[in-house]
Ligand binder design. Structure first.
Ligand code: PEP
Ligand code: MG
Length: 766
């Protein structure tokens, strides 16, 4: 971090009034009711006088990465808004690119020096420039120059860096946007489009709310460095104690991953280098808060240029720690109080736990943007259940937005638009309105039965898993729950849910459903669904490994508790239970044996039993396709898990974006498999439903109905579109056509085109 210097003799001069006076004056200037340009001009005069420099210039980064001279004291005034440097060009560009101070007694000798005649700077020899940094982003460069070949002292460099922190606030406030040329934008206000990973579908427009609010520092300079040093030590101690407590609590609760993260944080909090840098910053006259911000700004600016994943991970830890420390110093809660939430909030966070998201008022949320967290993360599960558009994988989004900035979350393409241009915003607002209109149309269909034009009655069911899913039963007018993914409760819980916690959720679910059926699925963990408190070692191929019913059969206590909770919750009514990932009939029979054991147990202990128990099988593993009549004879009902069935049939990992879309569910082989299953069900007179994603997509659902499926289970948002499709479908016509295509076009990779053409020609609403 040591700024570059040359060997001229040290000729330090005292500065007028010192940094404290300067900062006070700067604050007064910033608060004055004058134009942004006047403020900036005044700031340049003040800094020059205080630093005993002949020149002070402020360069601001523009949206096109040019650094534009915005104000100067000492250089030719005509150069203001005229002189521009590219990042990396000239000394100013170099400072911006490196995000480091540069002090030279003879600037002309530096290889990067670039002479700009319009500025008249040739007479100035000594040069000191510092980056204007905020949240790791370079917003501009602040420069002072002197005629004499002088060396700037360490204290002067520090003082100019502190001054730059105050200037960063003026730039970040957006105030300077009023003085740029028409059509130009300063970098901090520039519109940015970023591509991420879709966590939850939908489009959200709103304003940024930082999940962990940034602390605004009002006081930069301290009167008494010793007491600031003591403040930082105390705050760090409190933060360390808090982390220790969290580690201990997490350890007791068996929260492996969580504890690992905290342990890493604890290591950083004890890092001597970091602590030393904080104390050094305080020794220069900064308050404890300003010291944390300064050290973190420098660290961020340096580390963000690194491609080393280890360093970048460490940066997250340091950010987290700095944020905790700042909140501790200002005595502010680490998480935003609920009442501060605006009406159209888009939450922005580095990462978020599932329970943190549930603490917000859903009615005020429009979207969620995260730096980290995959589609199968718990927070993604919750976002989907809440119907909240969410995108993840957006690097440094926390540093790129200011609270209140306009944001668009496009959970259809995975894009996030920061400060969108008016035309982009208008286009998205129109898309959002269209979606809302369609939603309104679907709401009107709520009580309309799903019957095709030629009279085929289809049952539309919900895929659910959490308490927050239950209101969707009534909002969508679903016929029941076709798949209750019980593992979601396990996934969002910090520890294994107890018998009574499970029973409580199941009872609530059947009560919400009333007379409508609820199909419980036994625990489906392993593969992509990981429980932090239930880790069973790394597997080479988790999708082919120890998962779902395989775990349930090997750990009967786990499965039996769950079956007991289900049977107890369904006392006096029908209990519908199915098992995932069955690959052999013997597995199904063993699981059924456990259900019978549990029924016997409950009977013996005088519990009220379900009126009827239906025990079904999920068809997800292709081996069952070759024993389909036998399994149909054993099970009370069949449910096709098309997500897994497709992945195992084509040997294509559903979580791997390179192969997940490679094979089509509307391909002749998969359609034939689907036909085989529905026909086997009909022969055995056993109901067949489908609960994978394809049941909720209108075109696919159309093909399924043509194949003979009459029970489709899907996410709540799909009920309306699928019902609209059904109401406009003539299934007999499609059935005949599909049979012909499956025979005559069997060599094709997909019959999607044929299905789309049919829908277009016959007016089916897709
Ligand atoms: C499926 O595999 O289609 C299914 C419904 O189960 P999940 O998506 O939960 O694995
Ligand atoms: Mg599955």
């Amino acid at each position: 971090m040591a700024p570059e210097r040359d060997k001229a003799e040290k000729t330090a001069r005292p500065s007028l009034g010192g940094p404290r006076v300067l900062l006070r004056r700067l604050r007064e200037t910033m608060a004055a009711p004058v134009s942004a340009q006047e403020k900036l001009d005044k700031v340049a005069v003040l800094i020059a006088a205080n630093m005993v420099a002949e020149v002070c210039s402020v360069y601001v980064m523009q949206a096109d990465d040019d650094l534009e001279l915005f104000a100067t004291e000492g250089l030719n005034r005509e150069a203001v808004h005229l002189t521009k440097m590219k990042a990396g060009e000239g000394l100013v560009g170099l400072i911006a690119r490196e995000a480091q101070p540069l002090a030279l007694s003879d600037a002309h000798k530096h290889p990067a020096f670039s002479y700009r005649p319009e500025t008249g700077e040739e007479i100035y020899n000594a040069f000191l420039g510092v980056p204007i940094l905020r949240a790791g982003n370079t917003l501009g460069v602040l420069v002072v120059q002197n005629r004499a070949h002088r060396v700037y002292t360490e204290e002067e460099i520090e003082a100019l860096q502190t001054t730059a922190m105050v200037l960063a606030e003026i730039v970040a406030s957006g105030e300077l946007q009023s003085i740029v040329e028409p059509g130009e934008t300063i970098a901090i206000r520039r519109p940015i489009s970023l591509a991420g990973e879709i966590l939850s579908e939908g489009i959200g427009l709103g304003h940024a709310v930082l999940h962990e609010p940034r602390v605004v520092i009002r006081n930069f300079v301290a009167d008494d460095p010793a007491s600031e040093g003591a403040r930082i030590d105390q705050a760090l101690e409190a933060v360390q104690a808090n982390i220790d407590e969290l580690v201990e609590r997490g350890g007791k609760a068996g929260q492996g991953e969580h504890v690992e993260i905290l342990e890493a944080l604890r290591m950083v909090a004890n890092d001597k280098g970091w602590l030393r840098r904080l104390h050094e910053a305080i020794a220069t006259g900064l308050t404890a808060e300003a010291a944390v911000e300064r050290v973190q700004n420098d660290t961020r600016a340096r580390m963000m240029r690194s491609t080393d994943p280890y360093l970048r991970d460490r940066l997250h830890d340091l950010d987290d720690l700095a944020s905790r420390l700042l909140h501790q110093l200002v005595g502010q809660g680490f998480v935003r109080p609920k009442e501060e939430l605006p009406d159209n909030a888009i939450l922005v966070a580095r990462a978020m736990g599932p329970t943190a998201l549930l603490e917000y008022d859903r009615a005020r949320l429009r979207g969620l943007v995260l730096e980290e967290g995959g589609a199968s993360s718990h927070v993604a599960v919750i976002a989907r259940a809440l119907g909240l558009p969410a995108v993840s994988g957006i690097t440094n989004i926390v540093g790129l937005v200011e609270p209140g900035d306009a944001l668009i979350v496009d959970g259809v393409s995975g894009d996030v638009r920061v400060r969108p241009q008016p035309d982009v915003e208008a286009a998205y607002a129109e898309r959002a309105r269209m979606r809302a209109r369609r939603q309104e149309q679907y709401r009107r269909l709520r009580d309309v039965p799903a019957v095709t034009k030629d009279g085929a009655v289809v049952s539309l069911l919900l895929n659910a898993g959490l308490r927050i899913d239950l209101p969707h039963l009534d909002d969508t007018g679903a016929d029941g729950i076709g798949l209750l993914r019980t593992e979601l409760q396990y996934m969002v819980s910090p520890r294994l849910p107890s018998l009574s916690q499970q029973e409580k959720l199941y009872r609530m679910t059947v009560e919400a459903a009333g007379a409508r059926p609820v199909t419980f699925r036994t625990l489906d963990i392993g593969g992509d669904k990981v429980l932090p408190y239930f880790r069973h070692g790394e597997e080479e191929n988790p999708a082919l490994g120890w998962r779902a019913i395989r775990i349930g059969l090997d750990r009967p206590a786990l499965l039996r508790v769950q079956l007991r909770a289900m049977l107890r919750a369904c006392a006096g009514r029908e209990a519908r239970i199915m098992t995932p990932m069955i690959a052999a009939i013997s597995e199904f029979e063993r699981a059924r044996g456990m259900v019978e054991q549990e029924i016997a147990f409950l009977r013996k202990h005088g519990h009220e039993l379900p009126a009827r128990v239906q025990f079904g099988v999920m068809i997800e593993v292709p081996s069952l396709l070759h024993q389909i009549d036998e399994i149909a004879a054993s099970a009370d009902f069949l449910s096709v898990g098309s997500n897994d069935l497709l992945q195992y049939l084509f040997a294509a990992d559903r979580e791997n974006p390179r192969v997940a879309q490679r094979f089509d569910s509307m391909s002749p082989p998969f359609l034939r498999v689907l036909q085989t299953i529905v026909e086997a069900g009909a022969r055995a007179r056993k109901p067949v439903s489908i609960c994978g994603e394809i049941g909720g997509k209108p075109l696919e659902a159309m093909a399924l109905i043509a194949l003979g499926y009459r029970q489709l289970s899907m996410s709540p948002a799909s009920i309306g579109p699928v019902k609209a499709m059904i109401l406009s479908l003539n299934v007999k016509a499609l059935r005949t056509r599909l049979a012909v295509w499956m025979k005559e076009r069997a060599r094709k990779d997909s019959l999607r085109e044929e299905l789309s053409a049919f829908a277009r020609e016959t007016g089916v609403q897709l």
